[in-house]
Design a protein around this ligand. Sequence first.
Ligand code: MG
Length: 387
Amino acid sequence: MALIINVEALVISVPAQGNAFAQDSEETLLVRITDENGLVGIGECVVTPHVIKEMVNTRTIHFWSQGIKDILLGADPIETVALYDRIYHGSFYHGRRGILIHALSAIDIALHDLAGKQINQPVYKLLGGARCEKIRPYATIYPGDIYDGPLSTVVSELNKQVEIAIDQGLRAVKVPVLFGEHLNDKKLIPFVKECRHMVGDNIDLMLDFGYRWQDWQDAAWLLKRLDDYDIYFAEAPLAHDNLRGHAKLVEVSPIRVGGAEFATTRWECLEWLEKGDVSLLQPGVSRAGGFVELMRIAEICELYGASLIPHSYATGITDTCNFHLQAASLTIPMVEFRSSKLGPSRLRTELVHPAEPEIKDGFVELPTEPGLGITLNEELVDRYSIK
Ligand code: MG
């Protein structure tokens, strides 16, 4: 047993590359937790990094307003569940959902990485061991902020990205349908037909509607007309917190409806299953509560006959976490994967090594290295961490 002697929260900010959607990975909050033998675990949260940093460093005021760092110093990192619960219950004044849970996610990831290194085992074994043989990442592609331009340009950019994804070995692709008012619902039907044609018959195709509709009946009108194109799921059709609308939509949609990508904790995810009635949850490991909470959410999904396909729009740290999660879960059929070959983000390509797993015919082998199995680029961290 080697106890925690240091907890650092660092805002890493690399120069933006001109693609607004990529900026989600131009900044991240990196957590480094060090034990008394000098081993280091890393974690991240890409949401409002400066705020998360303060949340990690804030000092204890009283019983329900304890500082995360205060709780962790001197603790045993392998007690991941106990530490999660101590931080959750010790922060009721300012926590329970949202920002505190985002901070806790980065901490929880770093604890698992450190504990795995201490016992020389990959994180998925700490989570209980392999319950599947291989990992299945799906590619989130993005053509750039060009949805207000000519449709033919959008289609041609998407086409290029699909080719790169398939070349890389991916066999499932999610297309963002983010036209807003630039393309009406009727015109989306031939667009989706074109997307299916683009990927061919042997690739799983998903659509991300980016919260297009307020009224579930508008969403239903389109989804019913997309039945011929074999869509694996429709993400974010309705405003995020419109749970009653989701339940109505699920009743009539021929396509699986996903939601909860911005949800935090199992409590919020449970509402999505009970009130929203969706059969697919998409919370993220680096914002919804780390490994501890995602494993709990995966178990709840089993009770509801639902799937969990964790969100990822961050750096290689989050993507790698998802591989360990799928390995250890029964209810995760695939994980979101942001290939560095599909975007310009330096954090995605350079923050950790290896930046990319080898993907063969749609699958990645189970991780073998201790902890998360990735190494931090200390030079990049030194250069771009905001002092
Ligand atoms: Mg999403």
